[in-house]
Design a binder for this molecule. Structure first.
Ligand SMILES: NC(=O)c1ccc[n+]([C@@H]2O[C@H](COP(=O)([O-])OP(=O)(O)OC[C@H]3O[C@@H](n4cnc5c(N)ncnc54)[C@H](OP(=O)(O)O)[C@@H]3O)[C@@H](O)[C@H]2O)c1
Length: 274
């Protein structure tokens, strides 16, 4: 299993299982199936409403808890100190554990000073409730400011073959911070890309697998594809076995990199040009 290591000492399994829009039994089943085929990194959030099912699926699987890297995220409506401390405890109660591996601020929110939110995350970490802490949807300048304030392990951002994140990647590399790629399959919109299909033919692989191999083949990058389908859950995990040539990588690098599926403007976050 490939891991992304960070300056904070974390070793994040490079391919994780995303759970947004999975709820109830479907979330439970998805996480169980992911663990069965070898995923050791599960991504949930307060917003997703499935922390309970994620916790249960991990606890009832054959995989020891300490071999699973579990991330959850504090929603952006309660980024004051009390909100972070309270909702983290609520998350842990739902998950049925006294810690998570990684606790992220899900989105910035100008209503709450970033420094106080990061200080609260550090407090949670020092209390042993999160092994590592980090952020999500932080543009490069905010990431640099956050790194100066707190031991940031990752910045989770939208990143895939059709969306560049050069500025974030540069700041992350400078600070030894992992970039966790969300929507790594552009929410399923990559299947039509003929370049991915052509490269896939050479590897006996699907376009989705090539898209994931392109991400996890990058230094410091993890990816968290989501699927509700057992075959695709396994297919995505098998992308770890694909090594792309420099020429293949260059062809994917050359695809247009401006197609965003999640719009940061909805939360008034000025993003880096892609
Ligand atoms: N931090 C944030 O703000 C944030 C935002 C968005 C997402 N995330 C995280 O990132 C995870 C992944 O992002 P996402 O779920 O939005 O999108 P995604 O993983 O890019 O794409 C999921 C979509 O692709 C389809 N799919 C999955 N595997 C496939 C394959 N092998 N071939 C073809 N289609 C495939 C899925 O359909 P089926 O389910 O039918 O297979 C689903 O429609 C989320 O689940 C969540 O954990 C975080």
């Amino acid at each position: 299993m490939k891991h992304v290591t960070t300056a904070t000492g974390a070793a994040i399994p490079a391919l994780g299982y995303g759970t947004w829009r999975l709820s109830g039994p479907e979330a439970y089943r998805g996480v169980r199936e992911a663990l069965d085929v070898g995923y050791r990194h599960i991504d949930t959030a307060q917003l997703y409403g499935n922390e309970t099912e994620c916790g249960q699926a991990i606890a009832q699987s054959d995989v020891p808890r300490d071999q699973v890297f579990l991330t959850t995220k504090v929603w952006r409506d309660h980024l004051d100190r009390d909100g972070i401390l309270r909702t983290t405890d609520e998350s842990l109660a739902r998950i049925g554990s006294d810690y998570v591996d990684l606790l992220l601020l899900h989105w910035p929110n100008a209503r709450f000073p970033m420094e106080a939110a990061l200080d609260a995350l550090v407090e949670v970490q020092q209390a042993g409730k999160a092994r590592y802490i980090g952020v999500s949807n932080y543009p490069s300048a905010m990431l640099a400011a956050a790194a100066a304030r707190a031991p940031i392990t990752t910045n989770q951002v939208e990143y895939h073959c059709l969306l560049g994140q050069q500025a974030v990647l540069e700041v992350a590399a400078e600070h030894g911070i992992a970039v966790t790629a969300y929507c790594p399959l552009a929410q399923g919109r990559l299947a039509d890309q003929s370049v991915l299909a052509e490269i896939g033919e050479a590897h006996g692989a699907t376009p989705a697998q090539i898209a994931l191999a392109w991400l996890v083949g990058q230094e410091g990058v993890a990816a968290i594809p989501k699927s509700r389908n057992a075959e695709r859950i396994a297919e995505n995990f098998a992308a770890l076995d694909i090594a792309l040539s420099a020429d293949e990588r260059a062809r994917i690098d050359a695809l247009p990199k401006n197609q965003r599926t999640v719009d940061p403007a909805a939360f008034a976050i000025p993003w880096d040009p892609s």
